[in-house]
Design a protein around this ligand. Structure first.
Ligand SMILES: [Ca+2]
Ligand SMILES: [Ca+2]
Ligand SMILES: [Ca+2]
Length: 463
């Protein structure tokens, strides 16, 4: 360990002001009203100003992150690793956006410290005020590098991928963009040529068990990041639609258009030597148990996007009994590794990559996400038994996904339409819950009154 870590837990952002203009799929157009003055814990996102200033080499505040025009999905779909030629000089703005994204990742362990290495020195990045502190005279030869001290490799993994996608979002062409390469525990960046952004869809189900994911939604990556955090209450009576589920699974571990350097089908997330350790080890627990398959069989040169039934039974309550404190949610995604994988840090890191994609995509669609990590061997065995997944697949982390309780019309936001539905249900204490109004009774005391209204207001302001 380099030094005692700091708790870099996310401060909550303000609501994103998202309002869907049309009902329908998960990617219905989202209009962000407050882009100009989006407070980010004391500093603001600014419009893209074309800042090409070279790295200032000085500790202190970084420039505020900029908002690009690129959606979460197109960044996920376009990410690719570049394994050589990562020199060049990054601008302050490029470093600012990438580090800011890295700092938006939640911290499940007791600490996670983010280090920035440049050709000049090594710094500690402080997410709480978006600043750098000088750490040591260690340097790197590529444009810059991010790495971590952490209790959980999972935490570094979540942060790692957010940084990667933020670097993709900065692409304005193909020449001299922010290219990246995860190597060992280091995330290296260079100013080099990249393939550019693509919305080419390759994650197509061979058996129609999942609808096509969207590869370019109507959102902006940085605005989604600005409001990114874990939330542990969900609307429990509303399952995810196949469209939402497909999108979340694709973001976590879905196929993308690129091929890896060793000619395997690329995914939204990187993997050590493109070995993709979670292949066929991602399970969905909804009103049944399913396995997410992104390949034909286990052939890493193939692509698919489908669900296989594991158990046609609703075992969600059993999952909650096995994991005390797990919030009640309509969908749990189990991210599993082999027994050897559990003991391998870069496989635990990859579990964080997948969870990071699911968290980001949930935010882009107005869904909520919670994580459960550090499962005990007894809990892993219980989950294997309850879900009937293979005994060789050990749940390493769990992602809960669902709608906000106050998303009463289930369209992925909490807005004035939901308020209309809420208002129609509000009768005051002791008036009972009207027909169809159970979801508006947030505190489940069989009325819709001012206490529930206060909870609605809280979620309305939460995004
Ligand atoms: Ca709405
Ligand atoms: Ca809604
Ligand atoms: Ca109530």
């Amino acid at each position: 360990m380099k030094q005692e870590g700091r708790d870099a837990a996310n401060a909550g952002g303000p609501m994103n002001g998202g309002e869907a203009e049309s009902a329908g799929g998960p990617m219905s157009r989202r209009r962000f009203c407050k882009t100009a003055a989006l407070g980010l814990g004391g500093f603001a996102l600014s419009a893209y100003a074309g800042d090409r200033k070279a790295w200032a080499e000085e500790p202190g505040p970084l420039p505020p992150p900029i908002v690009t025009e690129n959606s979460t999905e197109i960044c996920l779909n376009s990410r690719v690793s570049r394994h050589s030629g990562l020199g060049g000089t990054a601008t302050d703005q490029q470093i600012s956006n990438v580090l800011w994204a890295a700092g938006k990742a939640p911290v499940m362990g007791s600490f996670r410290t983010i280090y920035l290495k440049t050709p000049n020195a090594t710094y500690i990045y402080h997410p709480e005020d978006h600043s750098l502190e000088y750490y040591s005279s260690d340097t790197v030869s590529n444009a810059f590098r991010i790495n971590y001290d952490r209790e959980y490799d999972f935490d570094a993994g979540v942060s790692y991928v957010l940084a990667l996608w933020a670097s993709v979002s900065l692409w304005t062409g193909t020449a001299s963009q922010v290219a990246s390469c995860p190597q060992m525990s280091d995330l290296n960046f260079g100013i080099a040529s990249v393939p550019g952004l693509t919305d080419e869809l390759v994650a197509v189900s061979s058996d129609a068990s999942l609808p096509d994911p969207i590869t370019d939604g109507r959102n902006k990556l940085e605005l989604v990041l600005s409001n990114l955090r874990l939330r542990d209450t969900f609307r429990t009576d509303l399952d995810l639609t196949p469209e939402y589920l497909s999108q979340v699974l694709w973001a976590g571990y879905g196929c993308t258009a690129h091929w890896t350097a060793n000619w395997r089908g690329g995914l939204t997330v990187p993997s050590w030597m493109a070995d993709y350790f979670l292949t066929n080890r991602v399970y969905v627990v909804s009103d049944r148990v399913s396995r997410f398959c992104n390949r034909v069989g286990s052939d890493l040169t193939t692509r698919d996007h489908r669900l296989e039934l594991v158990q046609d039974a609703d075992v969600r309550e059993g999952v909650r009994e096995a994991l005390p404190g797990l919030p009640e949610a309509p969908c749990y995604v189990l991210l599993c590794l082999t027994e050897a994988g559990l003991a391998t840090w870069y496989q635990r890191l990859e579990t964080g990559f997948v969870a990071g994609g699911m968290l980001l995509q949930s935010g882009a669609m107005g869904l909520r996400c919670a994580f459960k990590v550090a499962l005990s061997p007894a809990q892993q065995a219980d989950l294997q038994q309850i879900t009937q997944i293979p005994g060789s697949d050990y749940p390493h982390a769990l992602v809960a996904v669902g709608h906000a309780p106050a998303d009463l019309d289930g369209d992925g936001d909490v807005d004035t339409d939901d308020f209309g539905a809420f208002e129609g249900c509000m009768d005051g204490p002791a008036a009972g819950t009207g027909p169809g109004c159970e979801p508006a009774d947030f505190d489940t005391d069989t009325d819709v009154d001012l206490a529930d209204f206060s909870e609605f207001q809280r979620q309305f302001g939460d995004g």
